[in-house]
Design a protein around this ligand. Structure first.
Ligand SMILES: NC(=O)c1ccc[n+]([C@@H]2O[C@H](COP(=O)([O-])OP(=O)(O)OC[C@H]3O[C@@H](n4cnc5c(N)ncnc54)[C@H](OP(=O)(O)O)[C@@H]3O)[C@@H](O)[C@H]2O)c1
Length: 299
């Protein structure tokens, strides 16, 4: 039986992924996180692991002997990364080097989660051959991690994704769809960007893409996201309409309206043909994703 070790198991992706992996009787799933698991009922075995701690990595590796490590853990708040570059690099880059070192000692395959924010946003959607050129610290930290993975000498796979949305525990944790829904429910007016473009990704689809990559022992780079190129403003309008909320509370704004510490790439979004062809990856439409969220929130 193959042992798969997941880092960041309490994250939006991590929560979905451990449930999917643990349901596969051919796999033994080791779920690791800094804090006890929010979901104790998946069947995964839990080990505490802060990926910046080399001793903890060594201990968990020797106790669990993973065949594959999938690193979903990351500092994902883009503005926080811009304001705390050292801490961001510690988690997003240096910790990846520690995990790679441990994998080299045990011959473990390595799957790294990465991001559309490694690109400069000048054009999109992008396939796996597009040239990275990050415009903020978060993107730089994730690109440097990718470069270390590619040079690792291991069996490696890099899965890049885009603007992930979904429902995870605790329910207060937010993403674009839940933020729009909650703001409009509270009758709060919101300004949403019209001139950025993304292919928003349902967390369940991303988890499925990761699962398929592991099952196919995929190597190289894969773009895994939704298929519809939309602005955050489009996303907000569709969310409002789907949940029958007041869309007049949503005002369009261009990127220059917002004063944020980190620059955002304007146009990204992914072409996902490689994942569809090689892995059989088939994402939900955005409307289907909203329907799943509605069902998960028991609405
Ligand atoms: N979310 C997006 O829109 C998006 C877009 C593109 C790419 N990605 C990439 O996709 C991956 C998964 O993202 P996500 O959406 O699941 O993010 P998330 O919900 O923010 O989860 C990240 C997880 O990483 C954990 N973590 C942070 N530092 C850690 C450390 N030192 N040791 C162990 N765990 C640590 C966090 O732990 P705590 O729960 O303890 O804070 C959190 O549970 C990331 O690699 C991210 O860069 C995400």
């Amino acid at each position: 039986m193959k042992t798969v070790l997941v880092t960041g198991a309490n994250g939006l992706l991590g929560q979905k992924l451990i449930r999917l992996l643990a349901a596969d009787p051919a796999l033994r799933t080791v779920a690791t996180a800094r804090q006890p698991l929010y979901q104790a009922d998946t069947g995964a075995t839990f080990y505490p692991l802060d990926i910046t701690n080399a001793n903890e990595i060594h201990q968990v590796f020797s106790e669990t002997q993973p065949d594959v490590v999938i690193n979903t853990a990351a500092a994902t708040q883009v503005d926080w990364c811009e304001q705390h570059p050292d801490a961001c690099y510690e988690i997003n880059t240096n910790a990846v080097a520690l995990l790679l070192q441990a994998c080299r000692q045990t011959g473990t395959a390595f799957v790294q989660l990465s991001t559309d924010f490694i690109f400069n946003g000048n054009h999109g959607p992008l396939d796996e051959t597009a040239q990275p050129d990050p415009v903020n610290i978060y993107g730089q930290s994730k690109l440097q991690a990718e470069q270390a993975v590619m040079k690792s000498g291991l069996n490696w796979c890099i899965i890049r994704t885009v603007l992930v949305y979904g429902v995870a525990r605790p329910l207060g944790r937010s993403n674009i769809v839940l933020w729009v829904k909650q703001s409009l429910e509270q009758k709060k007016p919101i300004q949403v960007v019209t001139d950025q473009k993304r292919t928003p990704t349902l967390a369940e689809d991303l988890a499925r893409g990761c699962y398929l990559a592991i099952k196919h022992q995929a190597t190289g780079i894969y773009h895994i996201s939704g298929e519809e190129l939309m602005s955050p403003y489009d996303i907000a309008l569709q969310t409002a309409r789907f949940f029958s909320l007041d869309e007049t509370l949503i005002s369009p704004a261009d990127s220059t309206t917002f004063r944020q510490p980190a620059r955002r790439p304007l146009i990204t979004g992914f072409i996902i043909n490689k994942a569809k062809t090689n892995l059989g990856y088939t994402p939900h439409t955005f409307t289907q994703g909203l329907a799943l969220i509605k069902q998960q929130l028991n609405l």
